[in-house]
Write a protein that binds this ligand. Sequence first.
Ligand SMILES: NC(=O)N[C@H]1NC(=O)NC1=O
Ligand SMILES: [Zn+2]
Ligand SMILES: [Zn+2]
Length: 464
Amino acid sequence: MSDSYELIIKNGLAVLPGEVVKLDIGISGGKIAALEADIEAGPDTAVLDAEGQYVLPGMIDMHVHFNEPSFGHWEGFRTGSASLAAGGCTTYADMPLNGNPPTVNLSALRLKADMASGHSAVDYVLWGGLVPGNLDNLEELWSAGVTGFKAFISNPGGEGEGRFREVDDETLYQGMKKIAALGGILALHAESDEMTAVLAAEAVREGRTGARDFAASRPAQAELEAVARALLYAERTGCRLHFVHISTAAALEMIQEAKLRGQDVSAETCPHYLILTEDDMESMGPVAKCAPPLRSAEEREKLWKALAEGKVDLIASDHSPCPPELKLVSGLSFFEAWGGISGAQSSMELMFHEGVNMRRLPVTLISRLLSGFPAERFGLSGRKGAIALGMDADLAVLNPDMSYTLAASDLLYRHRHSPYAGMDLSCRVTSTLCRGKIVYTLKQGVISPDGGEWIQTGEGQPVL
Ligand SMILES: NC(=O)N[C@H]1NC(=O)NC1=O
Ligand SMILES: [Zn+2]
Ligand SMILES: [Zn+2]
């Protein structure tokens, strides 16, 4: 039956949920239709030879900011999704900020969905926002298929009238109650606004405005306080929680204890907390500025230890780009520069390079953090996140032994800056497939820039 496949990936090391097996993958109708030791290709079947390479489920990046509408000059669906395709990502979740209007009601969601439609190389889901004043909009967002809700406990920054705002405690509490009733999930940027605002004002007043001063104005305690508060509210309301970009092992520990008490909560961290440190933030400047800030080398090691122990649930990029003038202009103080790292293209390579090639962690663990867990947590597991029969053929082919230096010119972002530019990597994504279609190859670049679809995961239009 070889001619029933439109494409066969041959000879690759398939990263299955618990094991790596040398298998051929037959693709039919955009789905994985056969997993066998040797699938014979018919005369009309396309073949992708993956000898010596891993075939992984495409990454599901639950945390990117593509900034449309209104801030497409910072990044956009077309460039952002192209960069993801080049990095082995096949589904992403766009945050409800930093575009304007933010995605906090149905009309804003429709506007964003219209802007994304026909402009994405890979599939996507959309987050709705929880902000002061939009409690009555949560249900319409959920019914229209948002993947969940995002709130900030600290000031999100950003520009423009009507921009996304952080929650006060009442909104956080009432929002959790509503989201629990809907059966939704709340993603939180967990840093104490009180603590960070006071410390930042004090530092600026005293003229302490360098990279280390910025880091000191957002200490680990600010993360711990916000995580603790949110866990208490969630315990009271029964709301499912997902903590984005956790930067300290102590916060992971606190989340782990809540899980053991039976709370439905998950934790994300980002490659930048696992790869970079405060020293890099000082030497590289604002290109490596983010919030929570990069931490010490010691903290980074603790994060890796926690990850190896299973206390991190997923890895996401938190790609939060901006034009160079908000990062690189001399005279801009570290506090004034945009906080956000451009990293979407590099997550899988960074995690494989550092996690598998350097630290010798199992590739199945890294793959679970990049794909398996996010699919399960966010209602995509019937279709995406694993190499198994019947699943969407969303795949990344990665050469584990291909060294290269990431050049700024390799980056497909709207603005080609990233703290990873100049870094030597030991592996490289060589092809990416979304629903069986080759969207990117290392040789040809992005060959299908607009076939990605919105996967609506809310109650209104379930994914299956
Ligand atoms: N507004 C926004 O994207 N903020 C992001 N940037 C960052 O470094 N952390 C964030 O939460
Ligand atoms: Zn955040
Ligand atoms: Zn973010």
